[in-house]
Design a protein around this ligand. Structure first.
Ligand code: AGP
Length: 367
C-alpha cells in the first residue's frame, strides 16, 4: 500500500478495505498443508522448547492488548495451554513474577509503544523468554524481542488500528495452530483451521459489501450519548475492540462488558437511551446470548446484534448484522469487521476527525 488515500475519504476507511490483502500477507508462506500445521520462520524455537511452555502471557496496550485477549482465547482453545493477556503498563508496574516455563508475547503494531517496550525489558531482565508480534519491521520492540511474527500488514496511517488488529489475531491463530499441532490437535482439526484461514480474505470481502446496511444502523446509533458492547468468551474481546473503536473516533461513551455480567450492575443503565451491541456468534453460547437479548429488551434497550446467518432471532432487535461463519475459534476475527465500519460511519455522521481523533497519537512513545 502507498501512503496515498487512493480515492478513499479517510485512511481508516482505506485500511479497513485493505484487510483481505493484509490477511493474505500475514498468512503468506506460513500455511503448511502437508502436515496441516503452520510454519513461523521468526519463531526460532524448536518443538522441544515449545513443549516446555506451560503458560502464555500476552502484553500490549490498547487495541494490541485487546488483540492479545483474542490471542489468549485462540491459544487456550487450540493448544490447550493456559493463556492470558494483560495491559503492558499494568504488568510492568506490579513487579510481576517472571516464570521460566511461561512464554511472554509482546504485541505492538508500531513496535515503539513505550509501556510495551518497558514490559519486554522487564521480562528479559528477569530471565523470561519473550517473542514479539509486530507490524513495523526493525522497530524497537521487534529488535528487543529478537524473535517473533511480523504482520506484514503494510503501513497503517490512521490513529486507530483496524487492519493490524485483524492481522494480529491471524498471527495468533498461526501460533496457536503451531502450538496445538505439536500437542493434541489432530491432523483433521489442523486441516479445517488452515482451510478456514485461507477463506478469511473472501469472507472479509463479503462483510465489506454490507457497508450500506451498516451505515444505516450507524445513523441510528450516532445520536446516542452512550452505548454498551457485550459478548461472551471470545466474543468479549470483540466487544472490547468495538467499544474502543467507537469511543476513539466518535467520542460516544462506549463500554464493553462480558454479557454474563450485565445483571451484576450495568442493567441499571439499560433504557431506550442506551443501545447495546451484542456479539452473538451461533455457537454453544448462542442460547445464553438470547437470554441477554431478553434482559435488554425487557428494559426497552435498543439492540444491535452481530451474529451469523441463520433463523430469525427470537427476540425483537433494532438491527442485525450477519457475518459468514468460520471455524468457531476464528469467528471473533470476522465478528469484529462490521464493528470497524459501524464506528467509522457513526464518526462520519458526527463529522469527527476520523484519522486523527482529539488527544490521541498513533504511537505512544512516552510513559
Ligand atoms: C488503537 O485503535 C489505538 N490507537 C491504540 O489503542 C493502540 O492500539 C495502542 O496505542 C498500541 O499501539 P501499538 O500497537 O503501536 O503498540
Amino acid at each position: 500500500e502507498s501512503f496515498d488515500k487512493e480515492g478513499y475519504s479517510h485512511y481508516m476507511r482505506k485500511e479497513i478495505a485493505e484487510q483481505p490483502e493484509s490477511i493474505r500477507r500475514t498468512l503468506s508462506g506460513r500455511l503448511d498443508t502437508r502436515f496441516q500445521t503452520t510454519h513461523i520462520g521468526g519463531l526460532e524455537m524448536a518443538a522441544r522448547e515449545l513443549l516446555e511452555i506451560r503458560r502464555v502471557k500476552i502484553l500490549g496496550c490498547g487495541s494490541a492488548y485487546i488483540a492479545g485477549c483474542v490471542g489468549a482465547h485462540l491459544i487456550e482453545q487450540l493448544a490447550r495451554v493456559p493463556a492470558h493477556a494483560e495491559p503492558a503498563s499494568e504488568f510492568r508496574y506490579r513487579n510481576p513474577v517472571i516464570e521460566q516455563d511461561t512464554l511472554y508475547i509482546a504485541v505492538s503494531q508500531s513496535g515503539e509503544t513505550f509501556d510495551t517496550l518497558a514490559a519486554v525489558q522487564e521480562v528479559k531482565r528477569k530471565g523470561g523468554r519473550v517473542l514479539g508480534i509486530v507490524n513495523v519491521v526493525g522497530s524497537t520492540i521487534a529488535r528487543e524481542c529478537g524473535r517473533g511474527i511480523y504482520l506484514h500488514s503494510g503501513p497503517e496511517i490512521a490513529v486507530v488500528s483496524t487492519k493490524t488488529f485483524t492481522s494480529t489475531a491471524v498471527a495468533f491463530a498461526l501460533l496457536a495452530i503451531h502450538l496445538g499441532r505439536i500437542r493434541d490437535m489432530s491432523t483433521a482439526h489442523g486441516a479445517r483451521l488452515l482451510k478456514a484461514l485461507e477463506a478469511l480474505p473472501s469472507q472479509v470481502e463479503e462483510i465489506l459489501a454490507m457497508e450500506p446496511h451498516i451505515a444505516k444502523l450507524a445513523k441510528e446509533l450516532a445520536p446516542h450519548e452512550s452505548a454498551y458492547f457485550v459478548g461472551r468468551a471470545a466474543g468479549y474481546p470483540v466487544a472490547m475492540e468495538g467499544a474502543l473503536k467507537l469511543k476513539e473516533i466518535s467520542y460516544i461513551h462506549a463500554e464493553a462488558y462480558p454479557a454474563s455480567e450485565l445483571k451484576h450492575g450495568p442493567l441499571a443503565l439499560i433504557s431506550p437511551e442506551t443501545p447495546t451491541v451484542v456479539i452473538m456468534p451461533r455457537d454453544d453460547l448462542f442460547p445464553k446470548n438470547i437470554s441477554t437479548l431478553e434482559e435488554i429488551r425487557a428494559r426497552s434497550g435498543p439492540i444491535y446484534a452481530i451474529t451469523h446467518r441463520g433463523d430469525p432471532l427470537p427476540v425483537a432487535v433494532n438491527g442485525v448484522i450477519e457475518v459468514p461463519k468460520s471455524e468457531p475459534e476464528l469467528d471473533p476475527l470476522l465478528l469484529n469487521i462490521p464493528l470497524q465500519l459501524l464506528a467509522y460511519h457513526v464518526a462520519l455522521a458526527k463529522d469527527r476527525n476520523i484519522d486523527q481523533p482529539r488527544n490521541l497519537a498513533k504511537s505512544v512513545t512516552v510513559e
